[in-house]
Write a protein that binds this ligand. Structure first.
Ligand code: GRF
Length: 189
């Protein structure tokens, strides 16, 4: 059986994409392609330096999904990892990759999930609510936003002195610690 080919989809800085690609156990078992819905020269040169394919997507959500579907087919992608990808994945892609698409969300779903809950908005809402803990949720992608089967959750406490930036920092540390390992276990069992 061919080794897994992972398509990493990003819209942000791509720190989670970098960590997955730099994670030795993943790098030795799998190949990668990075697709970005935004211009990202830093990730582009990161991929070029490693001779990894990097493609930028363009257009509205439907056009992006058509591009993703075509690329995944042409490149024989086996798994899709959403790492800060802000567009909704089409039902057709979800059907073709049933139980082989993961998303990472920066809160303890189902709290602070759903439409509009992404990036800093999540941490601001957690801060405003006076939560004493937050975390990350890694879940399969289903047709309903942020409601796929939860694969892993990791928590961190919030102290009274934490501001939104410090909450975000704590969440990003969890991502750094756990996301690549969860992806490896998901992809190669
Ligand atoms: C991360 O906080 C992730 O939890 C969320 O979007 C952010 C992506 O950050 N889904 P990056 O682009 O990987 O730096």
């Amino acid at each position: 059986m061919n080794s897994p080919k992972i398509a990493i989809l990003i819209s942000g800085t791509g720190s989670n994409a970098r960590r997955m690609i730099n994670f030795e156990p993943l790098r030795t078992c799998c190949s990668f392609i990075v697709l970005s819905s935004k211009n990202n020269e830093s990730i582009q040169s990161f991929c070029n330096d490693r001779k990894l394919e990097y493609l930028e997507l363009s257009g509205d959500t439907d056009e992006l999904n058509i591009q993703i579907e075509r690329i995944c087919q042409e490149k024989h992608v086996t798994h899709i990892i959403l790492a800060g990808f802000l567009k909704k994945i089409s039902p057709n892609i979800i059907k073709n990759y049933r139980e082989r698409i993961l998303n990472i969300h920066p809160s303890l779903l189902p709290k602070y999930g759903g439409k509009g809950m992404y990036g800093r908005h999540v941490h601001q809402a957690v801060f405003n609510a006076g939560e004493t803990k937050t975390g990350i949720t890694i879940h399969e992608v289903s047709e309903i936003y942020d409601q796929g089967k939860i694969i892993a959750q990791y928590e961190v406490t919030i102290s009274k002195s934490d501001d939104v930036d410090q909450i975000e920092q704590k969440v990003r540390q969890l991502e750094e610690l756990y996301f690549p390992e969860v992806v490896k276990n998901f992809v190669i069992g």
